[in-house]
Ligand binder design. Structure first.
Ligand code: SAH
Ligand code: DHB
Ligand code: MG
Length: 234
């Protein structure tokens, strides 16, 4: 929040990371395809901003809880979260994931194939604000679960698209909405913070969803997510 470095002390961060390690060791066993996705992403120099294992499992649990058959992900990176989500699908289910960066998309495709999920995952390359209208024009079935995790500046736009592409009962999950607490800074000029604040202005006025936001700490520091349940179709 200030310019004097991270607001979470190293010792506190070490504790968050150790606790995540403990939770993973008890509840989130490692897995060859997920480990491969993380390693290839790192080796290719992708930013190390994928969800943590326990967050990936939360996405998986939520998608399964709503009985998701069609999942939309905005922001693929190396497909780490994609794999968690796609594994929540039944055999005839489908996940569409949107990625703007061709290098990220190439790594992701390899990881999706390695996880033997190519039959149910479709990666669409391009800026999401260009691929989302294409998806809508195709008139596919509504998405049951939508994970918004791309450029935070466009969060409000992605949320509007998510509503258009959903049905009553769909769940929308938006990542990284706390930004080490910077979200409360009313004079922030950080485009990511502005993007989250704009999303909250939209959510506050939106009667078609029930939403809440949860702050989190863990191996990725202090952040949080918004969960919205669609009540009414557009
Ligand atoms: N969901 C991933 C992390 C995504 S990181 C995981 O948890 O494993 C955010 C991704 O969004 C990056 O790969 C970035 O290239 C992509 N992105 C950024 N701007 C975008 C845009 N306009 N359209 C689509 N993808 C975008
Ligand atoms: C950033 C993006 C993410 O999706 C994330 O989980 C963490 C950080 C970022 O762009 O800084
Ligand atoms: Mg994220």
């Amino acid at each position: 929040m200030d310019d004097n470095g991270p607001m979470i002390s190293q010792s506190l961060q070490d504790t968050f990371t150790a606790v995540d390690g403990y939770i993973d060791s008890q509840l989130v066993p490692s897995d060859l395809a997920l480990d491969f996705a993380r390693h290839t992403s790192e080796a290719a120099g992708l930013p190390q901003i994928a969800v943590t294992p326990s967050q990936g499992k939360l996405l998986h649990l939520l998608a399964r809880s709503v009985g998701a058959v069609n999942i939309l992900e905005i922001g693929t990176l190396g497909a780490y979260s994609t794999i968690w989500l796609a594994r929540a699908l039944p055999e005839d289910g489908r996940l569409v994931t949107l990625e703007a960066d061709p290098k990220h998309a190439a790594v992701a495709r390899g990881n999706i194939a390695n996880a033997e999920l190519s039959d149910r995952v479709e990666l669409r390359e391009g800026a999401a604000l260009e691929t989302l209208p294409e998806l809508a024009a195709e008139g596919l079935a509504a998405f049951d679960f939508i994970f918004i995790d791309a450029d935070k500046e466009n969060n409000a736009n992605y949320f509007e698209w998510a509503l258009k592409l959903s049905r009553p009962g769909s769940m929308i999950f938006i990542d990284n909405v706390i930004r080490e607490g910077a979200v409360v800074d009313e004079v922030s000029k950080d485009p990511m913070v502005l993007g989250v604040r704009r999303l909250n202005e939209v959510l506050a006025k939106e009667s078609r969803v029930l939403a809440t936001t949860i702050q989190t700490v863990g191996a990725k520091g202090y952040d949080g997510f918004t969960l919205a349940l669609v009540l009414k179709a557009c």
